[in-house]
Design a protein. Structure first.
Length: 308
């Protein structure tokens, strides 16, 4: 088991990191730790006022840029504006069990923000990424089921927890397929994933949503067992800077992966389904209109990534 702490983050001077959802919770903790080690850190946030307030608490070269993952036009604008090389992209932003909602483009809110928004962002930025893409998932992926015929809950009665689990499973399938494509292309870029265990972040805001006594009990237990942002962020940082293989999944080493030092952890059988990962990728391209960029010139060692 690793004893990884923020003190083991290598010097990041001269490197650029983009963190989505960096104005609070795990994202803010990740951005703060990486900026402190010298990285030029871009806080990709929907609310610029909150983003600037978060940046004011950090030491180092910190830039705030607007990104609304619930609006593909915003995702495209962000990617077009960010023209410099990116060393590490951390796909952290997310929503958890909100009431039924839709993104600007009509996607169910959780699959739209947690997966499709990050899918589009990653592929738009990929020609400029040099080292790693980290996507934050959840242990909740284990109960997830991908419905390729109704990804956006148009035909089924909406259920917040299954919708959340589907989005977090999608994060792991995306990571696996992205890493497969990068490896096949001979790219030096690695795709990894992480989950924070039970972390007391703003994601818990909707946990008491609904009338079910079981939902309310689950919310109470989760909040009482949760660890701090500073502890919850360690798997994300480990996946971002440690020497781990592409496709790795990091999480806490403690009981039920709820808390503890970061280590590489397992995932559900469904999350390891390569055929499902490819089908989800194709569907995500169709839904977002964003495809994996083709540029064989970027396969040289040390160059940016591309996808075949």
């Amino acid at each position: 088991m690793t004893t990884f702490t923020t003190a083991q983050i290598p010097a990041m001077t001269g490197r650029t990191v983009v963190v989505t959802g960096a104005n609070s919770g795990i994202g803010r903790a990740a951005a703060r730790a990486l900026a402190a080690r010298g990285a030029r850190t871009v806080l990709a946030v929907r609310d610029l006022t909150r983003g600037r307030a978060a940046a004011a608490t950090m030491v180092g070269d910190v830039v705030v840029r607007r990104l609304d993952l619930a609006d593909l036009a915003s995702v495209r604008a962000f990617a077009a504006d960010l023209t410099d090389p990116i060393d590490v992209l951390i796909n952290n932003a997310g929503v958890m069990v909100p009431p039924l909602g839709r993104t600007t483009d009509g996607f169910e809110l959780q699959i739209g923000i947690n997966h499709l928004g990050h899918f589009a962002l990653t592929n738009l930025l990929l020609p400029r990424i040099r080292e790693r893409v980290v996507t934050v998932s959840s242990n909740g992926h284990r109960t997830g089921r991908i419905d390729l015929d109704d990804l956006n809950w148009d035909r089924r009665p909406y259920r917040a927890f299954p919708a959340y689990a589907q989005s977090k499973l999608a994060n792991l399938l995306f990571t696996a397929e992205l890493d497969r494509r990068l490896t096949e292309a001979g790219s030096p870029v690695r795709a990894t994933a992480a989950h924070p265990g039970m972390a007391a972040t703003n994601l818990l805001a909707h946990l008491d949503h609904g009338r079910s006594p079981l939902q309310r009990l689950r919310a109470t237990v989760t909040e009482r067992l949760s660890q701090s942002d500073e502890d919850g962020v360690l798997p994300t940082l480990y996946a971002a800077v440690a020497d781990v293989p592409g496709g790795s999944y990091a999480g806490p080493a403690g009981l039920l992966q709820g808390r503890g030092a970061p280590t590489l952890v397992g995932r559900s059988r469904t999350a390891r389904d390569s055929t499902l990962a490819r089908r989800l990728w194709a569907l995500s391209e169709d839904l977002t209109g964003v495809t994996c960029p083709l540029d064989t010139a970027h396969t040289r060692p040390g160059g940016p990534a591309y996808c075949p």
